[in-house]
Design a protein around this ligand. Structure first.
Ligand code: CU
Length: 471
């Protein structure tokens, strides 16, 4: 809690805005003070101070919203507002969010809780909040125009319902969604079971985050909201690698990770070194008969998945979206493939005309991570991340699950890099290398083709020049 602004500070910040919006003093006194967050750090779990007990979640690069208990009702205060989000060290974006950050804070309640949420709009246009996946009265569903008028700037709406179904949910506006979601307005919601549930396991660590995407030109700060497909920043909780915190767990912990997809494409989420089962969706816990082990699960648009595994292999295990363009950050994607093209001779000629011209991509794109070219201010490198053995050559939706014997229960701090026991690390071979045997092709085709091209074109394998180029 030390990094959270205290209640009074938050109240002071909002009082002016609400008074200006002509909410009466009496109504204002009834509002719980909003709690704000000004850091993108992963905050420790919020132990429930009252109400039914539960095992709290940890929001990756985020936090959980404290509540006020009022006559047995849990009262939360969300403030929709413009925010500055550090998406990675050295790269900040102008986004819209809640209570100082994008995504907004995670809301945690217990099945059967009566919940009252005050939503204050400090945006320049109207908004609303839809409680994705919840069972609730229709009038609390938050669809502007359909179940309520939009919350005009400066106004506060109250949503109230009983959290009927335990599970993994999210919240987001249902008003000018194209703009408001492209600007980062969303948050996570967890309803814990009120008693032992046959399909909900107790776990030692429970992480949550949202998958989101932005289109921010390198060197600028505000997302383009018209983009439908060609996003250039693929983020978890509005952070891109190497800005995403690692998920630090103790050896043999039971680990649950919950994620929801509010981008406009699917994300195959892939974990190294362990098999997991999908134990829940936004529809609730999955029946045990539907669970099988896998190492990648696809999350479609608007879906949530919760995965569980026993973290019984020590190490630094990559955890990422398997679409390779989703593990890189903004840069021109319109670069032609130059692999195998030797354009050294050409470079000398072009350099006479364009002094800054440089060769790019003739050996692949890994060179990019070592290229110390100046970047525009306020940009995340396309591929970066300094690992113990060099650049990780990643960006976007990538992080590391760190499994350690020595990690204390409840300790979420970063244990540093894994020390590999002797004999368990891939190594470079020194000495003579026999030619590898090459298999001769055995099959051809199911049947001969008709209308073959008049002339067969010879395509020769291109190998890097022999002798050592240094890489
Ligand atoms: Cu992806």
């Amino acid at each position: 809690m030390t990094n959270r602004r205290n209640f009074l500070g938050g109240a002071g910040a909002i009082t002016g805005a609400i008074a200006a919006a002509s909410v009466s003093k009496v109504a204002m006194a009834a509002l719980p003070e909003p709690v704000l967050q000004d850091k993108p750090d992963t905050m420790p779990p919020l132990a429930p101070p009252n109400g039914r007990p539960y095992n709290p979640v940890v929001t990756l690069n985020g936090w959980t919203l404290p509540w006020r208990m009022n006559d047995g009702v849990k009262e939360f205060h969300l403030v929709a507002e413009p925010v500055v989000r550090e998406m990675a060290p050295g790269f900040k974006a102008h986004l819209w969010g809640y209570n100082g950050q994008s995504p907004g804070p995670t809301i945690e309640v217990v099945e059967g809780d009566r919940v009252r949420i005050f939503v204050t709009n400090k945006l320049p246009e109207h908004t609303s909040i839809h409680w994705h996946g919840q069972r609730l009265p229709n009038g609390m569903d938050g669809v502007t125009g359909l179940t309520q008028p939009g919350i005009r700037p400066g106004k506060t709406f109250v949503y109230e319902f009983v959290a009927r179904r335990p599970g993994t949910f999210m919240y987001h506006p249902h008003a000018d969604e194209m703009t408001q979601m492209a600007m980062g307005m969303m948050g996570f919601w967890v309803t814990h079971p009120k008693a032992k549930h046959p399909l909900i396991e107790e776990v030692d660590r429970d992480f949550v985050f949202l998958l989101n995407a932005y289109d921010i030109e390198p060197g600028s700060t505000t997302p383009k909201i018209m983009t439908m497909l060609d996003f250039n920043l693929w983020s978890w909780n509005s952070r891109v690698f190497p800005g995403i915190d690692s998920l630090n767990v103790r050896l043999n912990d039971k680990v649950r990770i919950r994620f929801g997809n509010l981008t406009m494409t699917n994300h195959p989420m892939h974990l190294h070194g362990h098999e997991f089962v999908v134990t829940g969706t936004d529809g609730g816990p999955t029946p045990k008969s539907t669970r099988w082990h896998e190492v990648t699960t696809d999350v479609a648009v608007g879906q949530m998945r919760q995965i569980e595994f026993l973290a019984n292999e020590e190490g630094d295990w990559a955890f990422h979206c398997h679409k390779s363009h989703h593990t890189m950050n903004a840069m021109g994607h319109d670069v032609p493939t130059m692999i195998g093209v030797d354009h050294k001779d050409m470079v000398a000629k072009i350099a006479k005309l364009v002094p800054d011209y440089m060769v790019m991509g003739e050996r692949g794109m890994a060179d990019m991570t070592e290229m110390e070219m100046p970047l525009p201010d306020n940009t995340a490198r396309m591929m970066s991340g300094d690992g113990p053995f060099g650049s990780v050559e990643m960006g976007g939706m990538f992080s590391v699950v760190k499994v350690r014997k020595g990690q204390k229960p409840g300790d979420y701090s970063n244990p540093g890099w894994f020390r590999h026991p002797p004999g368990t690390l891939a190594y470079e071979l020194n000495g003579p290398l026999p030619e590898p045997p090459r298999a001769r092709g055995a099959g051809t085709a199911a049947m001969p083709a008709r209308n073959m091209p008049a002339k067969a074109i010879e395509v020769q394998v291109r190998k890097p020049a022999s002798g050592h180029s240094g890489h």
